[in-house]
Write a protein that binds this ligand. Structure first.
Ligand SMILES: Cc1cc2nc3c(=O)[nH]c(=O)nc-3n(C[C@H](O)[C@H](O)[C@H](O)COP(=O)(O)O)c2cc1C
Length: 390
């Protein structure tokens, strides 16, 4: 490529950290194994592989029928030295002062590694399973109050009382303190209410993978809300993908097409209630392929239930695509494959080092390296052919 522009875009973040969700047993969407349990040997190997591969965080997801994310996070802390457990937490499950106490305990047990990801609830039916009957806008209002109480519980040096719309208590505290500083709070959700609460209060705002231009305008939206709320520190941006990699772009496409046959769940139909999934399906309806390597077919065949948009290509193409998102302002990139453990190992070996090398190059020279210029993915004609061949 001759017209390589080494200027680092003004929206680029200087740092990137990697997240991957932890799996508790070998069941995957490709090869589902009917098990509701934890395979301890497997789980141990999984989290250690993430740590050895250079991941910075691991998300412990939460659902009404899942393992408890706090207990799992505590185990991650004890099985690893460095990786930070992110506890997915639904406010309906635990009062905020108790959540603050549990998170502070985790933070002390891990010497400052705890992070919390607040899930306000994307489905009324799922919320009802645990007795939460609030409509979504009220659930987000509750999350907003929840954040205030948690932060106060971590910092208030004396006992305090609280009377809000959702919580009331007397003389709580001083609460059990985090290891050194308040625990980072992330918000998941894409509805207007999620933006309002996350923009005003979250340390981290998270997305599922979207086309670059759409993500950029969503980031502007979060930042606008944060500035209007008087914040000088803007939320960090987290974006999630399901990469499908192989030695070459062509081989990755063969794998990707095999995967969609295997993960397709025709029974999952209807419009999901959460806006994140609605957006993923709308992108999938408009086009299968966006930008350098974003593929939406994986979302289409699973009704976008959970993070499902893919990045497809060689490690170089996928690393370049991740850097495209860093250039738009994402400083936290979550990647989890469909072949979960093998992919975590491969990402650690082949993708993370390429992204980190480019970031180090930028830091050292003030200029972009050549990775994005040399691994064009969908910006060259052959790639679209691989993608469209049946
Ligand atoms: C990165 C990320 C991780 C998420 N993890 C979970 C999870 O563990 N459990 C869950 O129920 N929802 C999870 N969600 C889903 C949303 O938080 C949920 O859909 C939201 O509460 C309401 O959606 P809405 O505001 O988009 O309508 C996650 C979302 C994102 C972006």
């Amino acid at each position: 490529m001759t017209d390589f522009d080494p200027t680092i875009p003004p929206t680029a973040t200087p740092e990137v950290e990697f997240i991957s969700l932890s799996h508790l047993n070998p069941s995957t969407e490709l090869d589902p194994v009917p098990s509701r349990g934890i395979d301890l040997k497997y789980f141990r190997r999984y989290v250690r592989s993430l740590e050895e591969g250079g991941f910075d965080y691991t998300l412990l997801p939460y659902g009404a029928g899942s393992a408890d994310s706090f207990v799992v996070a505590s185990a991650v802390g004890q099985l690893t030295e460095r990786i930070k457990p992110i506890v997915a937490l639904r406010p309906n499950t635990t009062p905020p002062s108790v959540a603050a106490q549990k998170l502070a305990t985790l933070d002390q047990l891990t010497e400052g590694r705890a992070v919390v990801h607040l899930i306000s609830g994307g489905s009324d039916a799922e919320q009802a399973r645990q007795g939460d009957y609030l409509p979504k806008h009220k659930r987000y209002a509750r999350t907003s109050e929840y954040i205030d109480v948690m932060r106060r519980s971590w910092t208030e040096p004396a006992a305090f009382s609280h009377q809000g719309e959702f919580y009331k208590f007397d003389d709580f505290g001083p609460g059990f303190a985090p290891y050194e500083s308040p625990i980072p709070i992330s918000i998941g959700g894409q509805s207007d209410e999620a933006f309002a609460v996350g923009g005003a209060k979250a340390d981290i705002f998270s997305f599922w993978g979207e086309p670059l231009a759409d993500l950029r305008s969503e980031i502007d939206r979060v930042n606008g809300i944060a500035r209007d709320a008087g914040r000088t520190t803007l939320p960090r941006i987290w974006v999630t993908f399901r990469p499908i990699i192989a030695q070459t772009d062509e081989l990755a496409w063969r794998k990707a097409k095999d995967y969609v046959e295997r993960i397709a769940r025709p029974a999952l139909q209807g419009t999901p209630q959460n806006v994140g999934s609605q957006r993923a399906l709308a992108f999938a309806n408009k086009s299968e392929l966006y930008d350098r390597a974003l593929w939406t077919r994986t979302a289409a065949v699973t009704n976008a239930a959970g993070a499902s948009t893919a990045l497809v290509g060689s490690p170089e193409t996928v690393a370049a695509a991740i850097l495209d998102y860093v250039d738009q302002g994402a400083s936290l990139v979550s990647i989890r494959g469909y072949d979960t453990l093998a992919d975590a190992v491969d990402y650690g070996r082949y993708v993370l080092p390429l992204v980190r090398e480019e970031i180090a190059h930028r830091k050292a020279t003030g200029r972009r390296g050549r990775l994005q210029a040399e691994h064009l993915g969908n910006y060259r004609p052959e790639y679209a052919q691989f993608a469209s061949t049946p």
